[in-house]
Design a protein around this ligand. Structure first.
Ligand code: ARG
Length: 459
């Protein structure tokens, strides 16, 4: 017998039962559902809507159900459609018809909205903590990378030398923005929908404030139609997750490139790589590759929820049941990746020599040479052209810039004596010349690190 079976004379088609059920995935809301029900029950008692004896029986029954779910003995029934009706039916089974009073002044519509708010709030805080853990690792590796030089890239072509610390810290700031976006999402998730009933509110003298307070909400929905049909906070969570995944997939791509023989900049720990079933020598960066690919699932979930919501008339529609799987999958995906990345980056070996070699075997200091000519009052455009010709000459003669002799250099400009240019062609000097705030010099990066550390301590 279904809780809503009264007005029906026929059994539900088995396929309809399966098609309309959300139990297989909304089981995960059990904890939040019970928490919400307990708060609702206590409020029903405090407002005199049910007696305290009834309230106590319901609370005891809910405790028992919680225990059954934890120990795995709860008898889930697909025919009862979702987690809400499973818990309610079990409550009535355990404590008798008094259990039927729990749903007074409540509908599954405001109930499921409440559960989802509780879930999103809880998970958002966990995700923010995991982002912070990853930031901590980036800071730690940056501290070690303060005197490690590497090529900075544009167009994936070697451009100018940078400190490894500077490169890693770029990801710190991306994650800092991600964290602040999740914090912002939390503000909108922090609104209490219960009391909206099915759509129009309730005639019972409930106390919404007291429920909100017990459940830790700082505000209430002011419109019952909005309360049961709003899933903006789900869109925001997934959209914040999509941006986070953009950043993590960019990092993934760099780790994949850097761990290749061609780059050789890093070596991933065995525990964070896998092998090949045919090629015995292989060690593959699967974690980073999968993270890169799983970005697609999160984008998919975002498009999914955006599409579900568009054009929905007020208030509750069964379409809204489709808000969950994409959200849950997104939560699982980003939590896994954040925690794996923290350890993968922590245990990764940095091959400083390879990075340095890549800088030295290149024309990384060409801009510094041009800047030198600019200081001799040559307009930048002309200086650029002169150094361009020097690079071309060096390439044709199979030489690097620091391998050119003085007589070769001064042919291009008389100021280019070895005494003048030798120091310029040292990549460390190139790095340390970029002392501008936010630049890659050791002093600027140390300042950046200090700010980053302070930010992390503050939140
Ligand atoms: N399982 C439903 C969902 O996830 C719960 C609300 C159902 N309400 C209804 N009137 N059918 O959205």
């Amino acid at each position: 017998m279904k809780p809503w079976g009264g007005r029906f004379t026929k059994e539900t088609d088995a396929r309809v039962e399966r098609f309309t059920a959300s139990l297989p995935f909304d089981k995960r809301l059990a904890r939040d559902d019970i928490r919400g029900s307990k708060a609702h029950c206590r409020m029903l008692v405090s407002t005199g809507i049910i007696s305290s004896t009834e309230g106590e029986a319901i609370l005891k029954g809910l405790d028992k159900i919680e225990e059954e779910i934890e120990t795995g003995s709860f008898p889930f029934l697909l025919s009862l459609e979702d987690i809400h009706m499973n818990i309610e039916a079990r409550l009535i089974q355990l404590i008798g018809h008094i259990g039927g009073k729990l749903h007074t002044a409540r509908s599954r519509n405001d109930q499921v909205a409440l559960d989802l708010h509780l879930y999103v709030k809880r998970e958002t805080e966990i995700v923010m903590g995991l982002i912070k853990d990853l930031q901590q690792v980036l800071i730690k590796r940056s501290e070690e990378g303060l005197d490690v030089i590497m090529p900075g890239y544009t167009h994936l072509q070697r451009a100018q030398p940078v400190l490894l610390a500077h490169h890693l810290l770029a990801y710190f700031w991306m994650l800092e923005r991600d964290k602040s976006r999740f914090a912002d999402c939390l503000k909108r998730a922090d609104q209490m929908p219960l009391g909206a009933g099915a759509l129009a509110g309730t005639g019972f003298p409930i106390d919404r404030e007291v429920v909100a307070k017990e459940l830790g909400f700082s505000s209430l929905y002011e419109n019952s139609l909005d309360a049961v049909s709003d899933r903006d906070f789900v869109v925001e969570f997934i959209s914040d997750a999509a941006l986070l995944m953009i950043h993590l997939s960019r990092l993934s791509e760099e780790i994949i490139l850097w761990s290749s023989k061609e780059f050789g900049f890093v070596t991933l720990d065995d525990a964070f790589t896998t092998g090949s079933s045919i090629m015995p020598q292989k060690k593959n960066p699967d974690v980073a590759e999968l993270a890169r690919a799983k970005t697609g699932r999160v984008y998919g979930a975002l498009i999914g929820i955006l599409t579900v919501l568009k054009g929905l008339p007020l208030a509750y529609n069964k379409d809204l049941q489709e808000d969950k799987e994409g959200l849950f999958d997104t939560v699982d995906t980003i939590k896994d990746i954040l925690s794996l990345f923290a350890d993968m980056l922590e245990t990764m070996t940095i091959n400083q020599d390879k990075m340095r070699e890549a800088v030295y075997n290149d024309y990384a200091c060409a801009t510094d040479l041009a800047d030198f000519l600019v200081r001799k009052d040559i307009p930048f455009r002309e200086a650029h052209a002169i150094v361009g010709k020097i690079v071309l000459y060096a390439l044709e003669n199979n030489k690097l810039l620091h391998e050119l002799h003085e007589d070769e250099l001064i042919r291009f400009h008389p100021a280019l004596t070895l005494k003048n240019v030798r120091a310029l062609l040292n990549p460390y000097n190139s790095v340390n010349a970029r002392r501008v705030r936010g630049g890659t010099s050791a002093s600027a990066v140390k300042k950046q690190l200090r700010m980053a550390r302070k930010l992390l301590e503050g939140n």
